[in-house]
Each structure stands twice: as C-alpha cells, then as structure tokens.
Design a protein around this ligand. Structure first.
Ligand code: ADP
Length: 248
C-alpha cells in the first residue's frame, strides 16, 4: 500500500513538473514572439502615420522592422527544429564519418559570417589522419553549427575560434570549440542550456539569437548518450565541448 502511494506521489510529481514545464515554455514562447512582433507592428504603424514620407526615416524604420522579422524567423526555425527532434523521438541514425571533414564544412559555411566580425575559424593543429566517429552526421553538424555560430556571435572582433578533436576515453573522442570572446559569468553556467535562457537579452537580440541554440545542442548530445561540457571565464572566453563515440 505504502509503495503504491509513493508510486502515485512520484507519478503526480512528474506530471506536475511536466505541466509547469509546459506552462513555462508557453509563457516564454509567447514572450519571445510578442516582443519582435510588437516592434515590427510599431514601426509599420509609425510609417503609415506619415514617417513614410521622410526618405531617411523610412529606411531606418524599415530596417528595424526587418530586424524584428528576422528575429521571428530565427525563433520559428529553431522551434521547428526542436519539434522535429522531439517528434521523431530523436531517432539517431548512427553512421561512421570523419568529424574533421564535418568541422571543415561548417567552417566553410560560416566563413563569411566570421569575416564580418574579423574572427578566424581554425583547427587546433594539423591533423595527419581522419578522426572517424560513429554518430548521426546531420545532428552533429547542427551541434557544430550552433556552437561555432555562438563563438562568432559572442566572440570578440579580431578573435579566434579554435576547434579540435582528441581522444577522451577508450570509447570516446572529445570535440572542443574554444573562443576568446566575452565569456560567461559563473552564475549563468547552470542555466545556460535551458530553453530561452540568455545571459544578456539585448546582446542576444542584437546578435539575432532565439535563445534555443544551446538547448538544441544539449538535446542532441544527450540523445547520443554523450556529454556536453562547458568552461568559461568572463571576459576571457569559453570552451564548449562534447563527447562522441569512436568508430571502430
Ligand atoms: P542565443 O540564441 O541567445 O545565442 P543560445 O541557446 O545559443 O541562444 O545561447 C544562450 C546564451 O548563452 C546566449 O544568449 C549567450 O548569452 C550565451 N552564450 C552562448 N555561447 C556563448 C559563447 N561562446 N560565449 C559567450 N556566451 C555565450
């Protein structure tokens, strides 16, 4: 009887937890959508009320409205990804691939974005051999994209992002993404991987973030039964790393 009661208690607790999680999520989501939407609406109304006649103001307001739309698009894209990840029960399609090649692809994809802030993307050393891992190549690419894009967004201009892969245990490699950017204060570290959590709302907004990137990373790495690690020193830089299974 006692066991039954304890079982029910746990069940109810997990349902309540899930329910409050869902409520928090919906609340955050509404806020995330509302803020840029009202910004866009504000600029459009001001333009309609006459600002449209002034050429300089017109361009400025259209540019700001466009930034709001870009933010909405970023949030929707990431939400779409989270919902896809959750709907396929995060099915992991394991295959063997060379992770150095994947890192190089992501470097190539974001070369322009990095150049705009004069940030260099590079490997930690010259690799003589491929590093073969066993994982879901598309999902690990998403992880690398989110971490490397963050290193550019929160990196210092003229800085460097260094990526490397090394042996961690007999079964695992560790992939590290290191930047010498703004770093993160200790108090934020425990909550950083939560959905919509941001250190600096305005900074993230200015960088066009949805606040979902790191929660997507955590989701993917945990579905692989691997770990994500983070070291960061405020004003010095951050090191995000994750483990991945060695191919044998
Ligand atoms: P966002 O869309 O805001 O970038 P993320 O989930 O990717 O959302 O990141 C959450 C927060 O973590 C960011 O808003 C930023 O404050 C912080 N952050 C992430 N990566 C870095 C980094 N490389 N350096 C400093 N801060 C970072």
């Amino acid at each position: 009887m006692e066991k039954f009661v304890e079982g029910k208690r746990l069940e109810i607790k997990s349902l309540t937890d899930r329910d409050s999680f869902r409520r928090d999520f919906l609340g955050n989501l509404a806020h995330e959508l509302k803020t840029p939407l009202f910004t866009v609406q504000g600029y459009i109304l001001t333009l309609m009320e006459g600002a449209v006649n002034d050429k300089q103001i017109r361009m400025k307001y259209l540019d700001r409205a466009n930034k709001g739309v870009e933010r909405l698009v970023a949030v929707i894209k990431d939400l779409d990804m989270i919902s896809k990840l959750e709907n396929d029960g995060m099915k992991i399609n394991f295959e063997v691939f060379n992770i150095l090649e994947l890192i190089q692809n992501v470097f190539d994809l974001f070369e322009m974005k990095a150049k705009k802030r004069n940030i260099t993307l590079q490997f930690d050393k010259v690799y003589e051999f491929p590093v073969f891992v066993k994982a879901d190549v598309e999902k690990i690419e998403q992880v690398l994209i989110n971490l490397i894009v963050n290193s550019i967004k929160y990196g210092k201009p003229n800085g460097t992002t260094i990526v490397g892969a090394e042996s961690y245990t007999n079964q695992k490699f560790i992939v590290k993404v290191i930047d010498n950017g703004e770093g993160i204060k200790k108090i934020h570290l425990p909550r950083l991987f939560e959905r919509f959590y941001r250190v600096d709302q305005s900074r993230s907004r200015e960088q066009g973030g949805s606040g979902l990137g790191l929660s997507i990373v955590k989701h993917i790495i945990e579905a692989h039964d691997q770990n994500i690690l983070l070291k960061s020193t405020y004003n010095k830089g951050s090191e995000f790393s994750f483990t991945v299974e060695k191919a044998r």
